[in-house]
Design a protein around this ligand. Structure first.
Ligand code: HEM
Ligand code: HEM
Length: 197
């Protein structure tokens, strides 16, 4: 099978009914569900169970394993984003709407990528090792206490936490924007598989 044939297959699947491809829709909703688990488990880890209790250890392991699955989905999503061009934004969008949609979507790729990197780094710096339901994952960062006077575990932990909640705020804006556009008559939800045009 030639590369040209593969590309023409992909091109034929572009902008089908002005919707995202089925693959992108599936990844979008799987990740949205996964992120809800990440915020909930992150909150429960510190806000609910006693330190070092069995409950905390369990939630912590689930947080890391779900995080690893989300890393894989994010990589798949970025590859899909490069190969399958998304449908053009609705004609009713103003230039400002378009700019905000592009900036918002970009932030929704960059923020999780940085948060995941910080979470992975924190786990490796502390020498715990990232695992996927018990299977050891590659050690991407050395076990290390400080670098140029920075306490690495504290630094990554604080920034992971700050960015995780910032990311939640951006997702709330993202959902509000989707609802607002539906209300003013240029629905985008059907483009991601909810409802009909
Ligand atoms: C929970 C985390 C979520 C993340 C990280 C996220 C991320 C994204 C990203 C990155 C895109 C742009 C896709 C692209 O062009 O490559 C997108 C599109 C979209 N998302 Fe989400 N999303 C989330 C949750 C939701 C929820 C809960 C809704 C429901 C209201 C939603 C509705 C949409 C819609 C309708 C689009 C298509 C926008 C368009 O027409 O271009 N998303 N999302
Ligand atoms: C975008 C995906 C992720 C989100 C939304 C997220 C969210 C959170 C939240 C909300 C907390 C609790 C912070 C608090 O105390 O309020 C947390 C803690 C933590 N997360 Fe994540 N996380 C993500 C990915 C990951 C990944 C991929 C890993 C590791 C491979 C990871 C490792 C950790 C660790 C080790 C902690 C404990 C931090 C501490 O020392 O306080 N996270 N995460």
């Amino acid at each position: 099978m030639t590369r040209g044939f593969v590309m023409s297959e992909i091109n034929q699947n572009r902008n089908l009914n002005n919707q995202y491809s089925l693959l992108v829709k599936v990844i979008h909703w799987l990740m949205a569900f996964g992120f809800v688990l990440m915020w909930s488990s992150g909150y429960l880890m510190h806000g609910f169970f006693a330190e070092d209790s069995a409950g905390e250890e369990f939630i912590f392991a689930m947080h890391i394993s779900t995080g690893v699955l989300l890393v894989m989905l994010l990589i798949a999503r970025i590859i899909a984003r490069v190969l399958i061009r998304p449908p053009a934004l609705p004609a009713g969008f103003t230039a400002l709407d378009k700019r905000m949609a592009h900036a918002g979507h970009l932030a929704l790729y960059i923020l999780p990528a940085v948060i995941m990197t910080l979470g992975w780094a924190e786990t490796d710096f502390g020498g715990h090792g990232v695992t996927l339901f018990g299977i050891p994952m590659p050690k991407l960062f050395p076990t290390m206490d400080t670098w140029m006077g920075i306490k690495l575990e504290d630094f990554t932990s604080e920034n992971h936490e700050i960015l995780a909640w910032t990311f939640l705020a951006v997702v709330v804006l993202h959902v509000a924007a989707a609802v607002k556009h539906r209300m003013v008559g240029h629905d985008v939800l059907y483009r991601m598989g909810i409802g009909k045009k």
